[in-house]
Design a protein around this ligand. Structure first.
Ligand code: NIG
Ligand code: FE
Length: 407
């Protein structure tokens, strides 16, 4: 058995449990001073304080620093061809996200670049991003398809995710998002595209076992709430749990639908109305908030405090993608969680660890530092939790440990 002991931890900060924390519980964190963590064969065996028994263990010295669970990025569009830096100038001249999308830019232009890329090219590019994420402290990551928008290319994206999961230290969880946009060739026949997603793509996704969730972009000029319901209900038939991009730009009913359909999570929620919050609370939906997208779109920030107050568990993730959020840094998300959502450092830590894990159905394995969970943790160049929430623009990660191995 391989034993690894992380000792000399100045402060261990972690939520505890195997399900999402809501309301007051979201801010309850265990803080242990002078702590140690023993990992056996990649799994946390024991957590304690004071003098550890180091017999037979490889020792990692945390140097008196802060240790937290590895960060969980529960929402990314990791697999894409090209970038979209050309849109910056358009934005600076006043074009909105939907203006650019409606003019054939946006998701469609990334789709064109993704369709012409080979599996190897997409994997190499995504692997670079994963390496960077790991250096910023992310140890588990959700990744969506959605830039193929044709059966062959959606499946290609999902295969890239599956293969990267096998060879990269970051654990990847795949989401099928064939309903990211109605592609140009179906613009006059959107019903046919929805049918294709539900009747051709989904059966193949299920047969190949390459996605766990189904997501849809429920938005003005994209997919209506009725189409989104049809798509998510079809996904359920194929064993894909629903997720939904809701209320990102306009509130057209996405968050209400999330609650009604019992989605595991609803994403963005920038302009989520009170009835959406109520529906999510009733349906047990996790709000997966993406503050770096608000930042990049120059938009307002989601009403996170209202969600905590209403008993909706809040997770936070990057939304890494080439358009609305070319940012993969969870530390920036942490900063924005405090400064823009007015969440406390404790609530933020839960959002980027345990609640993120719950939003991708991984909370039994990751998201906290306690016996039985995977040995995924971050040793920070920081004395305490407040420090990583308050310092902006530096990478404060000292060491990342994944399944008990320094990576
Ligand atoms: O979450 N909103 C839809 N999807 C992404 C953006 C995708 C893109 O612009 O390429 C998002 O913001
Ligand atoms: Fe997204």
């Amino acid at each position: 058995m391989k034993k690894v002991l992380i000792q000399n931890i100045g402060m261990l900060a972690t939520p505890k449990g195997t399900s999402a924390h809501r309301g007051e519980e979201q801010g309850k964190i265990e803080m242990l001073k002078d702590a140690w963590v023993l990992i056996e064969d990649g799994v946390i065996a024991k957590v304690g304080t004071g003098k550890p028994d180091a017999a037979g263990a490889e020792v990692i010295d945390a140097g008196g620093n802060l240790v937290t669970p590895g960060l969980v990025d529960a929402h990314t569009h990791l697999i894409f061809g090209g970038w979209r830096q050309n849109e910056l100038g358009l934005k600076l001249h006043g074009a909105s996200y939907l203006d650019i999308q409606n003019a054939g830019g946006g998701i469609q232009s990334t789709t064109n670049a993704t369709r012409t890329a080979t599996e190897e090219e997409l994997a190499a590019k995504a692997e670079d991003a994963l390496n960077e994420m790991l250096r910023f402290g992310t140890t588990t990551c959700e990744a969506k398809s959605g830039y193929g928008l044709a059966t062959e290319h959606e499946l290609k994206e999902l295969r890239v995710i599956r293969d990267l999961n096998e060879r990269h230290p970051i654990d990847l969880v795949a989401t099928f998002m064939g309903a990211h946009l109605v592609p140009a060739e179906y613009k006059q026949n959107r019903d046919e595209y929805v049918r294709l997603v539900c009747e051709e793509m989904m059966p193949l996704v299920k047969e190949q076992g390459i996605a766990k969730f189904c997501d849809v972009f429920c938005e003005a000029d994209t997919f209506t709430a009725e189409e989104s319901r049809r798509i998510l209900e079809a996904g359920l038939k194929y064993g894909l749990r629903p997720k939904i991009h809701a209320d990102e730009i306009e509130a057209i009913g996405g968050s209400v639908l999330a609650g009604e359909i019992g989605a595991i999570s609803a994403e963005h929620l920038i302009v989520c109305p009170p009835e959406g919050i109520a529906s999510m609370a009733k349906g047990g939906v996790i709000a997966c908030l993406l503050p770096a997208t608000s930042f990049n779109l120059g938009a307002v920030f989601a009403p996170a405090r209202d969600m905590v107050k209403a008993g909706v568990p809040v997770a936070m993730a990057t939304d890494f993608n080439p358009g609305s959020c070319p940012c993969l840094n969870m530390q920036f998300v942490i900063n924005l969680g405090c400064l823009k959502y007015k969440l406390t450092p404790e609530e933020v830590l839960t959002a980027v660890t345990l609640n993120g894990a719950a939003a991708i159905d991984m909370a039994d394995k990751v998201g906290s530092v306690e016996a039985g969970k995977q040995g995924d943790l971050v040793i920070w160049n920081a004395p305490d939790l407040d420090y990583i929430c308050y310092r902006v623009g530096s990478n404060l990660v000292k060491t990342v440990v994944k399944k008990g191995v320094v990576v």
